[in-house]
Design a protein around this ligand. Structure first.
Ligand code: TXA
Ligand code: MG
Length: 356
């Protein structure tokens, strides 16, 4: 059964959100309702993090398995002790340096956090978002807000209020429309409960500055390199996926990769398939003459723009009804690690490496 509601949309000023609208949204949260709101990464589907029933509604609205724990959002790092215990010094230093911002810390859970939030784990994921609408809502609601990305389970994360409505209209009480989000990929998830601090999900907070504060930082190697791309199928959660099959291409000789993609496109078209390509500005000309749907993400060196446009690009191609989406990989540094992670998950781990 899904959570049903008459969905109301409020348009807010993203920089200076109107106090009376925020108050309305905060009251919905406090009353146990579901409110979708913009963060700097993606839109979140929020509920009172201390209200187990409200959090349960998040899972039903998203059709998300209850085995997948949810991030708690706080208005300030000074609230950490409300939800976490035995907080290490490193967490306080990271919070001071990176919050508000796109870094999620996994810490030991305070027993008062309902088990449904953390899928029964004794750890809890927390972050303080920097988006003015998210911060204003958190302050006004005065409770931690549990919020996963506001997409239906296994759809690409929403970067606009329109995306939220596409997936969740009628399943959420209120959508706060604060325009498109600025980062476009989700937060970096960093687990501080293991012997060695471990990145569980690369995201908006970059690895390089984190490493300065955490010299022994380790990255969970699930999807990070092409050589890692064929683990057992059970490890490959179909996440961030468009409806179409996504084929991810990589290789050090750019022109060979492009030629291979062109050949595959031609074959797919002959087979009667509708084909989409997510491309950089530079590669656009190589695909422009083919009978395909082409979505340009930005210049390949501008990883911020690529990240911002990535999920929206997948949704556009889904909307156009393509059967297959082809993408050439981007550099795996800075935000490129998060971009690679989202692409390889959308491709369900299948990477096509073109030899030199
Ligand atoms: O940027 C973001 O993180 C967005 C915005 C709305 O804040 N939220 C988001 O939530 O992406 P979600 O639920 O789509 O992804 C949360 C990730 C999942 O991979 C989940 O497994 C992991 O965080 N996670 C949550 N709690 C955890 C825990 N206690 N231990 C390990 N991983 C956890
Ligand atoms: Mg998500």
């Amino acid at each position: 059964m899904t959570y049903s509601a008459e969905t109301q949309v409020l348009h807010l000023n993203a920089q200076y959100p109107e106090a009376h609208l925020i108050k309305q949204a905060a009251e919905r949260i406090r009353a146990g309702g579901l409110v979708a709101f913009p963060t700097e990464t993606v839109y979140g589907l929020g509920a009172n993090g201390f209200d187990a029933m409200a959090v349960e509604h998040i899972f039903t609205a998203k059709a998300r398995p209850t085995s997948d724990p949810i991030i708690l959002h706080l208005s300030s790092r000074h609230q950490l002790e409300l939800v976490a215990k035995d907080i290490p010094q490193l967490a306080l230093q990271l919070a001071q340096a990176f919050w508000p911002g796109p870094l999620t810390l996994v810490l030991k859970r305070q027993p008062r956090v309902p088990a449904i939030v953390t899928a029964g784990l004794d750890t809890v994921a927390v972050r303080v978002p920097s988006h003015p609408v998210a911060l204003a809502l958190l302050k006004a609601a005065d409770v931690p807000i549990a919020a996963p990305s506001a997409n239906r389970f296994s759809r690409p994360s929403p970067t606009t209020a329109q995306h939220v409505l596409e997936d969740l209209d009628g399943c959420v009480d209120l959508v706060l429309d604060g325009g498109a989000t600025s980062i476009g990929v989700e937060s970096t998830v960093l687990d501080l409960t293991q012997a060695i601090p471990t990145i569980l999900r690369p995201g908006g907070a970059l690895i390089e500055p984190l490493r300065v504060m955490i010299p022994n930082l380790q990255i969970k190697q699930r999807f990070m390199g092409a050589e890692e791309s064929m683990p057992s199928p059970g490890m490959l959660l179909k996440h961030y996926s468009p409806n179409a099959e996504l084929m991810l291409f990589t290789g050090s000789d750019d022109s060979k990769v492009v030629a291979h993609m062109q050949a595959i496109i031609q074959r797919l078209v002959v087979e009667g398939k509708s084909v989409g390509v997510l491309t950089s500005e530079e590669d656009h000309p190589y695909f422009a003459r083919l009978p395909i749907q082409l979505v340009e993400l930005g210049p390949r060196t501008d990883l911020e723009m690529i990240a911002r446009n990535l999920f929206a690009g997948m949704r556009t191609l889904d909307f156009l009804g393509v059967d297959v989406i082809l993408v050439k990989s981007f550099v795996q540094e800075g935000l490129g690690l998060a971009i690679w992670d989202r692409l390889i998950r959308a491709a369900e781990g299948k990477v096509i490496t073109i030899p030199d």
